[in-house]
Design a protein around this ligand. Structure first.
Ligand code: EPZ
Length: 419
């Protein structure tokens, strides 16, 4: 029987919510530990499906994994022998592509199926491949599997034609133990990249410039062990910020790095939402009806594409007309048809959505089309009149730890039921 979320809307969220470790860091950090000659202890891992799939991939590849306190995992990569990632597990998510960079570095060989993940547009990996080839790897694709091989990886200058989080991380993984120096130009600057570089440097790598658009990696022969705590999830935090604003709530979002959320805080302030930033928390109060604004998604530190769908809900109940321009993923408006079921007034033309605010949305059965669409549906349900029934929860489970528990704690009327 399928599980569904049932939300009775119109409750102001209030209280405190604690943010988990960042999914998009975790999914790079787990494969990065493969590079260690011994192993590492990782802390603050979010309890989400993507992390479970990565653990399965590690075990299938011969690593040993011990789970300690909640969010803690000891990964022993010493003795790993298998450079082939399991087809069924790898295709369940996007981040399995990091096993190409990690296996190439460790074994000089990698066989990894084409990755899966959210259906939000064409998701090429040409920049990853360009990077591996520049380092000396030969790549071919056979029967849906990417096969990479290198007798020796040698550092090289690599210019990314598009700013790509995944390609930046994957090239760092492959270059850490390559001979000589690799320089990645036009690199992505997301905090996840800094987090992963910090882990690798703690293991003994020599990476400079992570967080800027030029990253320099001097190859080292061995990487050792370390203990690393994953940064807070800025997309989870942003989701609760928008949920508080949409329900006229008053929520203190704890365990965050406020500077990671500056573009989101700035936009919410522009919408007349009150934001107070503290050292590691943000309070969001949405007393007044939000005012419509225009949003364009751009790579960090610009407004994140991953919060565009939740923001479209806030604009649907804002005063005035707002325009969203999605510049990263051309297929990230699939949630709009579902929002329309709830009464939203949105017109999509290509990469642009024009949203005319309504006073209220009305609860309805809706279907989740991808991870952040799921977050958008939940926020819409919390803000709407009446009952919203949300189906296809597998997307939400891939990226949000204990969503129902956290929302209940701040006053939401939400339950997960079998229907
Ligand atoms: C990461 O995806 C995130 N996923 C996504 O998070 C996020 O939306 C995205 O970065 C952008 O911020 C993970 O970290 C697992 P990209 P990634 O490579 O790395 C084009 C979420 O909701 N491109 O930065 O796959 C691509 O088509 C998700 O948590 C190429 O052309 O994204 C896109 O337009 C979903 N060639 C742009 O670059 C390439 O080789 C950015 O993609 C690679 C990318």
């Amino acid at each position: 029987m399928e599980e569904k979320l049932i939300i009775k809307g119109n409750n102001k969220l209030h209280g405190e919510v604690c943010i988990s470790g960042a999914k998009n860091s975790a999914v790079g950090i787990i494969p990065a530990v493969i590079l260690s000659d011994s192993g590492c202890i990782i802390k603050n891992l979010p309890d989400i499906e993507d992390v479970k799939y990565l653990k399965e991939l590690l075990l299938q590849s011969g690593a040993k994994v011990e789970e300690g306190n909640p969010g803690e995992m000891k990964i022993v990569s010493k003795g790993m022998r298998n450079y082939k990632a399991d087809f069924e597990t790898a295709k369940k998510m996007r981040a399995s592509y990091y096993f190409i960079g990690a296996f190439l570095s460790k074994f000089g060989r990698a066989e990894v199926p084409f990755p899966g993940g959210c259906d939000i547009g064409i998701r090429p990996i040409d920049q990853h491949i360009k990077g591996f080839e520049a380092l000396g790897a030969k790549i071919k694709v056979e029967h849906g599997v990417i096969k990479a091989r290198a007798a020796e990886l040698v550092g090289a200058p690599i210019y990314l034609d598009v700013v790509s989080v995944g390609a930046t991380i994957n090239i760092i993984l492959a270059a850490c133990k390559a001979k000589g120096i690799t320089i990645i130009e036009n690199a992505a600057k997301e905090p996840y990249i800094v987090d992963i570089a910090n882990l690798l440097n703690a293991m003994g790598a020599n990476i400079k410039g992570a967080g800027t658009d030029v990253i320099k990696i001097k190859g080292v022969e061995h990487l050792g062990s370390c203990e690393h705590t994953i940064i807070p999830d800025m997309m989870e935090a942003g989701t609760y910020m928008i949920a508080s604003a949409a329900t006229h709530g008053d929520v203190l979002i704890k365990n965050v790095i406020p500077t990671h959320l500056e573009s989101v805080s700035a936009k919410l302030r522009e919408m007349n939402i009150e934001i107070d930033e503290y050292e590691d928390s943000i309070r969001v109060r949405g007393e007044a009806r939000p005012k419509a604004v225009n949003i364009k998604t751009i790579p960090y530190p610009g407004f994140p594409t991953d919060l565009q769908q939740p923001m479209s809900v806030l604009l649907s109940i804002a005063e005035g007309t707002g325009i969203i321009t999605e510049s990263i993923w051309e297929g990230r408006f699939k949630h709009v048809d579902e929002l329309k079921r709830m009464g939203a007034n949105i017109k999509v033309e290509g990469r642009v959505a024009i949203i005319e605010g309504r006073h209220k949305l009305s609860g309805s059965p809706v279907h989740v089309t991808d991870l952040r669409a799921g977050a958008a549906m939940v926020i819409a349900g919390l803000a709407a009149d009446g009952e919203t029934e949300i189906s296809n929860l597998k997307h939400i489970d891939r990226g949000y730890e204990n969503l129902v528990g956290k929302l209940k704690k701040i006053g939401a009327d939400i339950s997960r039921v079998e229907k």
